[in-house]
Design a binder for this molecule. Structure first.
Ligand code: ZN
Ligand code: FE
Length: 258
């Protein structure tokens, strides 16, 4: 992470926009700028100009600032090839495995459909950072707006296979609500109990709970833990596949009011 700075920008109701800055080249990218003003404020404070915008998916809370930012900074905008009709302002359409360079920093594109069909994530391997939009959240995962549970499960598995040190920069602060749901089905999990306390204390202080590490998610995120036999058994889903168990847990979460 040495030459790579991430600035997390809380905005709107519960979104996080991000700026990433490559110290070697001085180049800066925005990720999922749902509005332009919060981005402009940070750029001005840091004395940075915007070179690039990375988009994970087409929802307005992730793209609402693009047109204004592009007008002012004349920056390049990249997003999913699949969504290029829904992202008319992109200059470059990306597919799985494509690379995006920000000076010395390199992101690899992962296809992670499920929340939307064209959802992608940006993996900065050398910097151990993943920007995954609304796919994996701290202690949760995105809702199924367009894809199937099977699809999102596969996408989450792709993320789960990354190194456990990877920091998960997701696009929303949903962790406290996610923790309540997680505890409702996994209250014997000591790592989860401890994390839920930590989340509560951070939120009381108005501090972000994002990013988390993938390793933490693997131990505490119920959507990833369905892979684990003992947990699946405790949910009385021994006979089900991980994907089926995932689908079921996703449905429970949709109907959970905790
Ligand atoms: Zn979304
Ligand atoms: Fe969102």
């Amino acid at each position: 992470m040495k030459d790579f700075k991430v600035v997390q920008i809380p905005a709107m109701e519960d979104n996080y926009f991000y700026l990433i800055h490559d110290r070697v080249s001085g180049k800066t990218a925005a990720i999922d700028p749902g509005q332009s003003a919060p981005i402009e404020q940070v750029l001005a404070a840091k004395g940075w100009k915007l070179d690039l915008i990375l988009l994970t998916h087409h929802h307005l809370d992730h793209v609402g600032g693009v047109v204004d930012l592009k007008k002012v900074h004349r920056c390049e905008v990249v997003g999913s090839e699949f969504d290029k009709k829904r992202l008319p302002f992109i200059d470059r359409a990306l597919r799985e495995g494509d690379e995006v360079h920000l000076g010395e920093a390199i992101a690899r594109v992962l296809d992670v459909p499920g929340h939307t069909l064209g959802h992608i994530a940006y993996y900065f391997e050398a910097n151990e950072a993943l920007f995954c939009g609304d796919t994996l959240f701290a202690l949760g995962c995105g809702r199924l707006f367009e894809g199937t549970a099977e699809m999102l499960w596969k996408s989450l598995q792709k993320i789960a296979a990354l190194p456990p040190e990877t920091l998960i920069f997701c696009a929303h602060e949903y962790t406290a609500a996610n923790a309540r749901f997680a505890l409702s089905i996994d209250d014997h999990n000591s790592a989860l109990l401890e994390r839920a306390r930590e989340v509560e204390s951070l939120r009381k202080q108005g501090r972000p709970t994002v990013p988390s590490s993938l390793g933490e998610e693997l131990l505490t995120n119920p959507f990833l833990r369905v892979e684990e036999g003992a947990f699946r058994k405790s949910l009385q889903m021994e006979g089900k596949s991980s994907a089926e168990a995932f689908a079921e847990v996703r449905r429970w979460k949709d109907h959970f009011h905790g």
